[in-house]
Write a protein that binds this ligand. Structure first.
Ligand SMILES: Cc1ncc(COP(=O)(O)O)c(C=O)c1O
Length: 424
């Protein structure tokens, strides 16, 4: 693969063959099952995508061969202020220089818990962990501990993590792993009521995403009446309303992604953006579920490490001080307007769905995401790293130049698709 970036008009105007990436992939195949796994596996992506990345700053990233891209994925969500945000990196480094992983947490754990409780509308307490799956799993466990019941309702097709109870792949999962789950359809209150009735007096909680962001599907914003209806069903049953804010948290609103909707969950799961790329997750809850949270034994060797907590405090501070959510929304609106104008100009029917900070583009009638993949392959050649089957993430670091580069790349991608389809 030596000519991948042949028509690349990227920021440095340089084309580098993917030799370092290819060499790493070959070495990885010998020592990593499948060469790579999980959501960052570049194997299913168009061949233009690098697997291995070298660095990032602001809204720009570089692969191991030195190719530069404007980043529209931001580590699939964790990077919200841009790569290597100075205040966040300084806070993490200052804490790490003192101590990171010790016999007990540092004072930053209390400071961060206080900040989270002050920032998030429904939170009376906070527990910290590492990954989103830790947090969603803990929410379910706490709901069960508090209610003394077993059944959790989740939306069909929603992603809540990679543990056996929620992984989208069936390999290695037993029916017993899913025995206490029942499913409803997002934004369909009747299906929730039916699933709740099916659970009878065993309903421990209802797990829901802020909006429908299932990978590979057009996104669907939440109907506020649906959110209010979930709250009512939970109140009537004495069950926990659990918001999975892992993907959206701190991109749509600071007080939780349902703060603007006006619905407060009992428990919420957070990770990804809360420490701008440092490994951290949080479970937040209200006083009604404090007892259950106190009873459960949940922990991890690295859950109390202090540097990521310091990074999180700095991240929340910067999100506030830099008005980052409004900035992301504005940039996202401009990206949407630009891409929709381009699609129209080149005669493509597309669906551009989701909030502006977390958009997703599909081509109408595009079977197997074939056109989307071709589009993404062209876009990355021209310097925009986006994704054909997963929502994108806009960061607050995107400048006018970054946006211009991204839109230049998408314009070139639409043009290339149109040329291919019209046979010219
Ligand atoms: C909505 C949602 N919940 C949970 C998770 C799991 O988080 P993690 O991958 O950090 O375990 C993710 C990850 O993408 C997610 O998007």
């Amino acid at each position: 693969m030596t000519d991948l970036a042949q028509d690349r008009t990227g920021p440095q105007g340089t084309l580098r063959p993917r030799s370092a990436d290819q060499e790493l992939r070959a070495r990885a195949r010998a020592v990593i099952p499948g060469g790579m796994y999980g959501h960052q596996n570049a194997g299913p992506l168009p061949p233009e995508y690098p697997q291995f990345m070298r660095s990032g700053r602001g809204a720009r990233i570089w692969d191991v061969d030195g190719n530069e891209y404007v980043d529209l994925m931001n580590s699939y969500g964790p990077v919200v202020l841009g790569h290597r945000h100075p205040a966040v990196e300084e806070a993490a480094a200052r804490q790490a220089a003192q101590a990171d992983c010790q016999n007990g947490p540092g004072p930053v754990m209390v400071e961060l818990a206080e900040l989270l409780v002050e920032t998030v509308d429904h939170a009376d307490w906070a527990m910290l962990a590492k990954n989103g799956t830790d947090a969603t799993t803990a929410c379910c466990t706490i709901a069960r501990a508090q209610t003394g019941r077993g059944t959790i309702l989740a939306a069909k097709g929603a992603y809540h993590g990679a543990a056996p109870w929620c992984t989208p792949r069936p390999a290695g999962v037993t029916p017993a792993d899913r025995a206490n789950l029942a499913y409803y359809t997002f934004n369909d209150l009747a299906s929730v009521r039916a699933a709740a009735a099916g659970a009878g007096d065993d309903l421990a909680g209802i797990l829901v995403s802020p909006f429908r962001h299932d990978a590979g599907f057009d996104q669907e914003l939440v109907d506020p009446a649906f959110a209010r209806g979930l709250r009512e069903v939970c109140d009537a049953a004495g069950a926990a309303l659990i918001l999975d804010d892992v993907r959206c948290g701190f991109r749509l609103a600071l007080g939780s992604s349902w703060e603007p909707v006006g619905v407060r969950p009992d428990l919420s799961a957070w990770s990804k953006a809360i420490a701008n790329g440092h490994a951290l997750a949080a479970v937040l809850g209200n006083d009604a579920f404090r007892g259950g949270a106190q009873e459960v034994f949940i922990t991890g060797s690295f859950w109390f490490a202090a540097a990521a907590m310091a990074a999180s405090i700095a991240t929340i501070g910067a999100l506030r001080d830099e008005d980052a959510i409004a900035t992301m929304a504005r940039t996202g609106e401009e990206l949407r307007a630009g891409i929709l104008a381009q699609a129209d100009n080149y005669g493509f029917a597309v669906n551009y769905t989701g909030p502006p900070q977390m958009p997703y583009l599909t081509f109408t009638g595009d079977r197997g995401h074939a056109l989307a993949s071709e589009f993404a392959g062209h876009a990355i050649r021209h310097g925009a790293y986006l994704h054909p089957r997963h929502n994108w993430f806009v960061s607050a670091a995107m400048t006018g130049d970054d946006l211009a580069l991204a839109l230049g790349a998408t314009d070139a991608a639409f043009a290339a698709l149109r040329r291919r389809l019209s046979g010219s």
